[in-house]
Write a protein that binds this ligand. Structure first.
Ligand code: 3HC
Length: 314
């Protein structure tokens, strides 16, 4: 009997849930991406709850958001510093924090996950939240390379599950990839598209294919630059200058690899290489593997292809 009523509930859900206007957002993971998304959502009038495993991490994240807001305000309110300060305070008031996702999703229209790229952990979190989140709540992942349908499979809301892929640094990058699986309902997809627009971003529609659009093109390009350098066919500086001045990119590929994180690049290419080992675009690089093994992960650790001063997470 209980099983039957559960089935009926699910049957109603996709047709009963029309376009959800997203006002309250829970963001799981307060790292660089989660904090950036929280900042943009709070800046556009959404109430945001940022969730992570400890109050210390959350405090650092909110401090990072404040720092990034100051950079935005310096430009946007150049002639009106008081209005700028008021804006910062207003945005920060829209951000609350919690270490207990289960208790905060109750009031959420959207739960957006931006945690470590580990399928099992993502599935576990969404599986648990699925039991307590309201029926209308949309779930989305900011994964850079894992299939959205695999993450969604731990939940019973396949029609209300999609991908929202943001780019680093989130406050500056105008694009959001909106990903629909074969089970994502049109209402959910439209709500996610609309939410991206309300954030002031330009959304593009993507299929649930490896790397969606941007990373499918960007990661092989970065890896080709790493391999070119590894073969001794160009210094890192020359490769970066070449692509900046010869192709108009804001950062060279090795600079960008450091910015994105060498561990992230390795994770993506290893996954794709396992999926299609014969594809030369997905070939791993010994140099990249060595840097990651040495903990030289790019900007966040102070060294990757280049050395950096560690100032702030944002
Ligand atoms: N928050 C707020 N404002 C910021 C900011 C941040 N995090 N980062 C930059 N800005 C703004 C500030 O106004 C800054 O001025 P300030 O230094 O006086 O505060 C201004 O941008 C200029 O910044 P910079 O002088 O540091 O340098 P640039 O002019 O080169 O701009 C950049 C920085 C926007 C990061 C630019 O270099 C760029 O577009 N780089 C390419 C980034 C990119 O390709 N990202 C995508 C990565 S792939 C990804 O994220 C997907 C994932 O799945 C792997």
């Amino acid at each position: 009997m209980a099983f039957f009523s559960h089935q009926v509930c699910r049957g109603f859900s996709s047709s009963a849930v029309r376009n959800v206007v997203i006002k309250h957002v829970t963001i799981i993971g307060s790292g660089q991406m989660g904090a950036g998304i929280a900042q943009v959502a709070a800046s556009t009038g959404h109430s945001v709850t940022l969730v992570d495993t400890s109050d210390d991490i959350l405090k650092k994240s909110v401090k990072g958001i404040e720092g990034s807001l100051r950079r935005v305000v310096k430009k946007k309110f150049a002639d009106k510093p008081e209005a700028g300060e008021e804006f910062i305070q207003k945005v920060l008031q829209n951000v609350s924090t919690s270490t207990d996702a289960g208790s905060v999703v109750q009031g959420s229209d959207l739960v957006l996950e931006a945690i470590v790229e580990n399928l099992k952990i993502k599935q576990d979190i969404f599986g648990q939240l699925d039991k307590v989140a309201p029926q209308h709540t949309i779930f989305a992942s900011n994964t850079s390379s894992l299939p959205i349908s695999d993450i969604a499979s731990s939940t019973s809301r396949l029609d209300r599950f999609g991908g929202l892929h943001f780019f680093n640094p989130v406050p500056m990058m105008k694009l959001v990839e909106v990903i629909g699986t074969s089970a994502t309902s049109q209402e959910t997809f439209d709500s996610l598209l609309n939410f991206s627009k309300v954030l002031g971003k330009t959304p593009v529609s993507c299929k649930d294919t490896p790397g969606f659009i941007v990373n499918r093109l960007l990661v092989p390009y970065i890896m080709e630059a790493v391999r070119l350098h590894e073969r001794g066919h160009g210094s890192k500086e020359d490769i970066d200058i070449a692509m900046k001045l010869g192709a108009g990119y804001p950062m060279g590929p090795l600079e960008l690899a450091d910015f994105v994180g060498l561990d992230t690049a390795k994770f993506i290419i290893d996954g794709w290489s396992a999926m299609d080992p014969s594809n030369p675009l997905f070939a791993p690089s010994e140099l990249l593997n060595k840097k990651v093994a040495e903990g030289k992960l790019g900007r966040k650790t102070g060294e990757g292809f280049y050395k950096y001063k560690i100032l702030c997470v944002q």
